[in-house]
Design a protein around this ligand. Structure first.
Ligand code: PRE
Length: 270
């Protein structure tokens, strides 16, 4: 099984991929868009992408991609994120800090407090940052300890994220959704179009009066007009469960577009 993910080797995505599948062939991609395209075009069987973080919120780029592809979400992985500061050089000489924007955001306060004058630069992934930091002793990368090992860097500080409860949820894109397990989640993208009082309230009522638990709601700009949004909604249950099937069919009359992004087994925080 070919599983694609954000590279190069040593990303948190790699840790999530290994948690998802022990024996998949991992195919490292340059960016998140390439992961989605590889699955959509059949170059890979599955792809893993970060979707939200407990400190920094949604990974907007990935949510946008979900609107453009037809490959379903077939699973999720929740990974605890322990950020490390790593470098070839020593702590006193660090002048440049590099990492993926999500990782920098998770350590915003730490960087501000400990490296007030440092230049902060973004990279395509945390392991990309580690690879870059191999070349410059005055540069430190932020990422996982595995990437320090892989790229010959010293871990100068461990657990530098601003809050201990740092988790990232990854989704797995694939070809075919699993059958209901009794412990599932369904992700939907909804475009209401008609801006009227109570439209969202009315929409969400279809879940509430069927006792369907909503686990997440997020809005993303539609890119048509300022103040115009897509809503991304996760609910408990599988699209083949009778109650959820009934709710989805009622909801189709209450919005312009409803896209079921996938039904998949729910992951718990380990
Ligand atoms: O750069 C990586 O290591 C990734 O796998 C990406 C990513 C993300 O975009 O959220 C994954 C987990 C962490 O939250 C930080 C970065």
């Amino acid at each position: 099984m070919k599983l694609c993910l954000l590279g190069p080797e040593g990303t948190f995505s790699e840790m999530a991929a290994r948690k998802w599948s022990r024996d998949a062939d991992l195919i490292f991609m340059d960016d998140m868009e390439s992961v989605a395209i590889a699955v959509e075009e059949g170059a890979c069987d599955e792809g893993i992408l970060p979707i939200e973080n407990s400190l920094e919120g949604p990974v907007g780029a990935v949510m946008g991609l979900l609107l453009d592809i037809s490959s379903p979400i077939i699973g999720e992985v929740i990974l605890p994120i322990k950020q490390c500061l790593m470098s070839r050089g020593s702590l006193e000489n660090i002048r440049i800090i590099v990492s993926h924007p999500q990782a920098l955001g998770q350590c915003r306060h730490y960087i501000h407090e400990h490296f007030p004058g440092a230049e902060v630069r973004t990279t395509g992934s945390t392991s990309h940052a580690a690879r870059l930091a191999q070349e410059f002793p005055e540069m430190a990368a932020i990422g996982c300890s595995e990437s320090a090992q892989k790229y010959g860097l010293k871990v100068l500080k461990e657990g530098i994220q601003d809050h201990p409860n740092n988790y990232t949820r990854f989704i797995v894109l694939g070809r075919k959704e699993a059958a209901p397990t009794g412990h599932d989640k369904t992700s939907l993208a909804v475009y209401l179009d008609r801006d009227r009082p109570g439209a969202l309230y009315d929409f969400l009522g279809e879940f509430a009066h069927r006792q369907i638990n909503m686990t997440r709601i997020e809005s993303r700009p539609s890119k048509k007009l300022l103040g115009d949004y897509w809503f991304f909604i996760d609910v408990e249950g599988h699209r083949d469960d009778a109650l959820l099937r009934e709710a989805i069919s009622a909801l189709k009359d209450k919005c312009t577009t409803l896209k079921v992004l996938g039904s998949y087994p729910r992951a718990d925080i380990a």
